[in-house]
Design a protein around this ligand. Structure first.
Ligand SMILES: Cc1cc2nc3c(=O)[nH]c(=O)nc-3n(C[C@H](O)[C@H](O)[C@H](O)COP(=O)(O)OP(=O)(O)OC[C@H]3O[C@@H](n4cnc5c(N)ncnc54)[C@H](O)[C@@H]3O)c2cc1C
Length: 353
């Protein structure tokens, strides 16, 4: 068994964890960032769209695949609505790996195949490889371990409410620059998407398991629907999926434990977008952790307050819209365009008081 005393242990080498590790290591602290995966960012569990404000991170990681210009929303009646929605499609594995490289360049130690097991308030137990036990005594622990965060559980938080997703990679038959969104009672608690990614597209859906257990059938149906449009091919080149937290912001500071990214519930409960919040909260958590260890006792609370200020109002509105939709899934109202418009960010109704 190996035991080490360090300043900061970050669990999770997704965008939140590596951004935190980079920020803290950049301030001269000893930082280990541990991830249970064998390869950072793999398998990709993402539709790979990021908005323009993330341009710096996309540049730094050389992960841009193509630009996105608009969002085309398909309503239950089949009516289509298009609006400008600039952003980028990224190679998410490259994005995550690039952020990990930047953390390493700042001095952080990034460990793969290293699984966090538990935390007793002072000591974190991890398992490296298949059996090597590792005990780490960090002065501060950052939980950036995603939607099913064990760090959050270790400090007493309940499991987050999540939406499950299923996604195929399919051939894209012509260049395409819109993100297509499908609103339908076939995807209760979520939506369908088609995001172009150079010669392929990510075609997926999310749904709340309370309303729909089987995601395979609606995804096959969606695939047939876009095949008929002549936009994509029939081949399925890849399959993925994963959970998206939809319960909103959680308490982020627990003594000397701090949460960031999906673990902190910062993902948008309507769109499922969480990469920007992961990078922003990670960077801010890493910097706050360093300030705290340098003697600024209010630094962690100020991190939590900043995150609530920055994301709170947007997430609160999304939670409200989610709740309203929850009351109509599997009922006739869920097949009305008017109802779906009020629950989707492309429409003015979504932002109405
Ligand atoms: C199918 C799908 C599509 C999505 N599409 C988009 C999109 O297009 N745009 C967007 O902005 N967001 C999207 N999201 C959400 C986005 O992927 C997340 O919000 C984002 O990855 C959150 O980053 P994170 O660093 O907080 O967590 P993660 O990226 O989940 O990273 C957590 C890391 O912690 C590691 N880990 C977990 N448990 C342990 C443990 N016990 N020990 C060690 N390591 C552990 C994991 O291996 C993982 O690498 C999508 C999500 C899904 C599931």
């Amino acid at each position: 068994m190996t035991s080490s005393r360090i300043d900061i242990l970050v669990i999770g080498a997704g965008p939140a964890g590596t951004s935190a590790a980079r920020a803290a290591a950049g301030k001269g602290l000893t930082v280990i960032c541990a991830d249970r995966r064998a390869e950072i960012g793999v398998p990709v569990q993402c539709a790979e769209f990021v908005p323009m404000p993330l341009l710096r991170s996309v540049h730094e990681t050389d992960s841009r695949v193509q630009d996105v210009e608009g969002m085309l929303t398909v309503l239950p009646s089949g009516l289509r609505h298009r609006r400008a929605f600039p952003g980028m499609m990224v190679d998410r594995a490259r994005f995550d790996q690039g952020l990990a490289e930047l953390a390493q360049a700042a001095g952080a130690q990034v460990e793969t195949r290293c699984q966090f097991l538990d935390w007793d308030g002072e000591v974190a137990r991890l398992r490296r490889g298949t059996d090597e036990a590792l005990v780490v005594r960090p002065r501060l622990l950052i939980g950036a371990d995603g939607p099913h965060s064990l760090v959050a559980e270790a400090v007493g938080l309940p499991r987050q409410q999540v939406v499950y997703t299923r996604q195929y990679t399919v051939p894209l038959l012509c260049p395409y620059a819109d993100t297509d969104i499908f609103l339908s009672d076939a995807f209760p608690g979520g939506y369908g998407w088609l995001f172009p990614r150079g010669p392929v597209a990510n075609l997926g859906l999310g749904a709340d398991r309370r309303f729909e257990e089987n995601l395979k059938l609606p995804l096959e149906q969606l695939h047939r629907q876009v095949l008929e449009r002549g936009l994509v091919g029939a081949a399925i080149l890849g399959r993925t999926g994963g959970a998206i937290p939809v319960g909103g912001i959680r308490p982020m500071v627990h003594g000397n434990v701090v949460l960031a990214g999906d673990a902190a519930g910062l993902t948008h409960p309507i769109t499922g977008a969480g990469i920007p919040a992961a990078v922003i909260s990670g960077e801010r958590a890493g910097a706050a952790a360093a300030d705290y260890l340098a003697g600024d006792m209010g630094a962690l609370e100020s991190y939590a307050e900043d995150m609530r200020d920055q994301f709170g109002p947007t997430l609160a509105r999304a939670m409200q819209r989610r709740k309203a939709l929850e009351a109509v899934w599997r009922q006739p109202a869920a097949r009305e365009d008017r109802v779906m418009r009020s629950g989707w960010i492309a429409f003015d109704e979504y932002f109405a008081a």
